[in-house]
Ligand binder design. Structure first.
Ligand SMILES: NC(=O)c1ccc[n+]([C@@H]2O[C@H](COP(=O)([O-])OP(=O)(O)OC[C@H]3O[C@@H](n4cnc5c(N)ncnc54)[C@H](OP(=O)(O)O)[C@@H]3O)[C@@H](O)[C@H]2O)c1
Length: 240
């Protein structure tokens, strides 16, 4: 059966690998990224959409077009996330004195607000029994926080987790059988993790392709009686 799937953040390492894996499995893929880039090897079954600012007007237009053409998704994956940005001197904080309002604002915008806007937008676009995944991180677990640091990234992923959990409650009332996943992919070789890889053992540094295979496998095995899961790359539940 051909499924329509949506990948938001399709130009990132994990996003690109997801688009390619999902297309190779015969899905029709809607790939949203800021620049709308289309690698030459992507098949015709991938449609690309540029969403430079993820502003709500452009997102509403995207939704209206899909509603009109009757497209409904069985799977949505939002990969959007930021940990550092050298152009804007954004670095995860090591100590309280490193906190800045500007950095916190950027972390929350990219890691929490943009994914939440997509969770709002897709309400009428997801089929019954769809799966909605956001790439979160284990450091967003409040109960797992032993090391401290990374205030903005941690807190914005914790906020994302709360958005996912809260949305799952409302979706249960409004849609049938939609299951949410907050996903920790492990450490994945990407621009996001690049400055932080040196202490990671090579067998614990995953390729985006491996990450994608793990995620898609875990989605197939989800307990669908539970409306929301916070799981890691092994499919093991993480304490919120
Ligand atoms: N890599 C890891 O080790 C690791 C570990 C734990 C969790 N994660 C999570 O996995 C997700 C994907 O990360 P990745 O490793 O694939 O990193 P990546 O290659 O750097 O991709 C980051 C993604 O975030 C989007 N993004 C970044 N800055 C943005 C901004 N200012 N506005 C809107 N979108 C922005 C990009 O969107 P475009 O496609 O539009 O460029 C891209 O899709 C993130 O949510 C990350 O927190 C990664």
């Amino acid at each position: 059966m051909t499924n329509n799937v949506l990948v938001v953040g399709a130009s990132g390492a994990i996003g690109q690998a997801l688009v390619e894996q999902l297309a190779s499995e015969g899905n029709i893929v809607y790939a949203v990224s800021r620049d709308g880039a289309r690698p030459v090897h992507w098949p015709e079954t991938v449609s690309v959409f540029a969403m430079p600012q993820h502003d709500e007007q452009a997102m509403e237009q995207f939704k209206a077009d899909l509603m009109e053409s009757g497209v409904r998704f069985s799977l949505v994956v939002v990969t959007t996330g930021v940990l550092h940005n050298s152009e804007r001197s954004l670095l995860p904080e090591k100590r309280l004195e490193d906190i800045s309002a500007q950095a916190l604002s950027e972390y929350f915008t990219v890691n929490s607000v943009i994914p939440m806007l997509w969770l709002k937008l897709i309400v009428p676009l997801v089929e019954n029994n769809a799966t909605v995944v956001c790439l979160s991180a284990r450091v967003g677990s409040i109960s797992d926080n032993k090391l401290g640091g990374w205030y903005g990234y941690r807190a914005s992923k914790a906020a994302l987790n709360m958005y996912i959990k809260t949305a799952s409650v409302e979706y249960q009332r409004r849609k049938k059988g939609v299951v949410f996943v907050s996903y920790h992919p492990g450490t994945v070789d990407s621009a996001l993790s690049a400055p932080f890889q040196k202490n990671v053992a090579s067998k614990k540094l995953f390729t985006p392709e491996f990450t994608t295979q793990q995620l898609l496998q875990h989605i197939k095995g989800l307990d669908r009686d539970k409306a929301v899961h916070f799981i890691d790359w092994q499919g093991v539940e993480i304490e919120w």
